[in-house]
Design a protein around this ligand. Structure first.
Ligand SMILES: [Fe+2]
Length: 179
């Protein structure tokens, strides 16, 4: 991947969910998106292999980021885990479709516009709506744990909190949560 890219989509603090690992990865995701869109539009002569490589990199980065998010959701018994994972799977399917369109049609202006709309709007909406819910969930758990610690006089990190998960296998087993 080339090191330089233009900032087409700017990260802002309204997109922070308040969980450092996820926020750092979301910022990285914006950089990755900007790399991809830079490869589409700058310089004005688009090279097919640059666009394909940049989309592959975006796909890979997104996949790893989703895995991190899903692990955090499982470990914290996030009640909307199944639905959230479904959204991630839908995104991956959409990117696979866009990749095959790119292979078939090449980087036409029309297709690149469609890819930009699809990826950027999906990711921004997903962070603003769905990932924010994870942030609130983790914040709530933290508050409960700190409240319990204050009342009982033990260290908050040693308290295990039971939360209900919509995943049947996970049930409502008590698991330690380290946030
Ligand atoms: Fe997500």
């Amino acid at each position: 991947m080339k090191g330089e890219f233009s900032t087409i989509y700017e990260w802002n603090s309204n997109l922070e969910i308040g969980y450092p690992i996820i926020d750092a990865q979301h910022k990285g995701l914006f950089d990755t998106m900007n790399r991809f869109f830079s490869s589409c539009y700058y310089p004005y002569e688009m090279k097919r292999e640059d666009v394909e490589e940049a989309l592959l990199y975006l796909e890979q980065y997104t996949k790893e980021h989703f895995e991190t998010e899903e692990t955090i959701q499982i470990e914290s018994s996030y009640p909307e885990y199944n639905q959230h994972k479904r959204f991630h799977e839908e995104f991956k399917i959409m990117v696979r479709g866009l990749k095959s369109d790119l292979e078939r049609k090449g980087p036409t202006r029309e297709l690149l516009g469609q890819i930009e709309m699809a990826i950027a709007s999906w990711l921004v909406d997903h962070i603003e709506i769905e990932d924010m819910k994870i942030g609130r969930h983790l914040h709530r758990i933290n508050e409960i744990r700190e409240g319990l610690a204050r009342r009982s006089g033990v260290v908050a990190g040693d308290i295990a909190i039971s939360t209900r998960n919509d995943d049947e296998e996970a049930g409502d087993a008590e698991i330690p949560i380290h946030i």
